[in-house]
Design a protein around this ligand. Structure first.
Ligand code: HAM
Length: 408
């Protein structure tokens, strides 16, 4: 045999069993998003690389190390999207959506690409479902997104801690940056090589470096919340009040800064206990629309890592509700009629293509996870009925074809 191809590292297939879990996660989230008035937009997977450089930030890991960049035939520099916010903002500006209504609630779902070192829960192609709100400055919008984050976790029975922080605005961030820089100068001998460079270009990024020695070095770094201006302080205070009123459980993490540069004020993450990493993450980005050429528009959002949520779930709830129709002897035409009538009732029905006797057929039904076997042989044909076997309980009964029981 010729040597078989493998998928590239970090690119994975989602086979049928996982695909059912994928759909379950996606359907749950979409239902929650739609119940809060969010509407879907479908965005391209490819954008100009500049868009990400200017939004996520030149000195972030994503832009410096993780983008899949390529030239098209005319030499234009394109990138596979590493996340969805930049594209959503680009679309908001390109289609002048602010002319349609005062604010928008949009969501998207699809693959994202980051050249990261693959490991459990970290892929080079992964899927996000993201929600973005354009045009609201109100802390009620932040509270609603965090409430939705909690709802997603609850509905999927996922145990994760919601952490929040505020990282300030144009007015107060420079003061924090200065204090942080001073602090980092004092501990710079303990920082990794990347962080020595980050410190100069983008000191906030040092706070989310994953290297142990850096984490220890910044343990006593100044906290963003101690430098907030009055407006940011108020915004954060009202957000926490709303969250408490809505009984959302959260903890304040003064070290939370997020790995993308566009954030302002509120940032939040849901950290899974099991995976010790973020499964849902987001925040406010009040200047991004303006920075990318649109009118000043406060905005905020979050993205769910679909594979990371899937990794939290057990297999229960993913059984197929499938009828396997087993034609035996000379009853194929009759079996096809029965299958079609079950489908008309809305059932998922497969005609067995397996050859062999009843025993083998029932083993096959088990193997593919069918819920029911519908046995159709010559006796059934002559008698105008079929034999329905519940594969979970083993219970078997005869059902007259066309009877009220048959019609469900
Ligand atoms: P992010 O934190 O870069 O934020 O990614 C959001 C989520 O995507 C993470 O919490 C994680 O669950 C998942 N994720 C990220 N990288 C990977 C990977 N390599 N493999 C598997 N899952 C991954 C954003 O992307 C922002 N756009 C979120 C946002 C929306 N902020 C405002 N609006």
């Amino acid at each position: 045999m010729a040597e078989a191809f493998q998928s590239p590292r970090g690119f994975h297939d989602i086979l049928a069993d996982d695909s059912r879990r994928f759909r379950r996660v996606s359907a749950t989230i979409r239902r929650i998003l739609e119940s809060h008035g969010f509407e879907e937009i479908v965005l391209p997977v490819v954008e100009f690389a500049d868009l990400f450089q200017r939004s996520i930030g030149e000195n972030t890991d994503i832009v410096q190390k993780e983008m899949f960049i390529f030239k098209d035939r005319k030499g234009r520099i394109l990138a596979l999207r590493p996340e969805g916010t930049a594209g959503a903002v680009r679309a908001y500006i390109q289609h002048r959506l602010w002319t349609q209504r005062p604010y928008h609630r949009l969501f998207y779902e699809g693959p994202m690409f980051r050249y990261e070192r693959p490991q459990a829960g970290r892929y080079r192609q992964f899927h996000q479902i993201g929600a973005e709100v354009f045009g609201s400055e109100s802390p009620a919008a932040d509270a609603e997104l965090i409430l939705m984050t909690e709802k997603i976790l609850k509905e999927l029975s996922i145990s994760a801690e919601i952490q929040i922080n505020s990282i300030g605005c144009r007015k107060c961030r420079p003061l924090y940056r200065k204090a942080l820089l001073e602090f980092l100068e004092g501990v710079s001998s303990n920082l990794c090589r990347d962080c020595i460079e980050r410190k100069e270009k983008n000191p906030l990024r040092v706070l989310d470096c994953k290297v142990d020695s850096c984490q220890e070095a910044v343990a006593n770094a100044p906290a963003t919340v101690d430098f907030l201006c009055d407006e940011c302080k108020d915004h954060y205070k009202i957000l926490r009040e709303y969250l408490r009123e809505s009984k959302v459980k959260f903890v304040e993490n003064p070290r939370l800064v997020r790995g993308l540069d566009y954030y302002t004020r509120t940032v939040f993450e849901a950290i899974s206990k099991k995976q010790e990493t973020a499964v849902i993450a987001g925040g406010r980005y009040d200047y991004l629309v303006e920075e990318l050429g649109g009118p000043p528009t406060p905005a905020l959002g979050f993205a769910v890592g679909v594979e990371r949520l899937m990794a939290e779930l057990g297999k229960e709830g993913d059984q197929r509700h499938l009828y396997l129709v087993i034609p035996l002897g000379d009853a194929l035409a009759y079996a096809l009629r029965i299958a079609e009538s079950l489908r008309k009732r809305g059932e998922a029905v497969e005609i067995s293509l397996r050859r062999g006797g009843l025993k083998k057929q029932l083993e096959f039904a088990d193997r593919i996870g069918a819920s029911y076997a519908v046995m159709v042989g010559e006796d059934e044909l002559r008698g105008g009925y079929y034999t329905l076997k519940d594969l979970k309980t083993g219970e078997q009964k005869r059902i007259e074809f066309g009877s009220s029981e048959d019609e469900g």
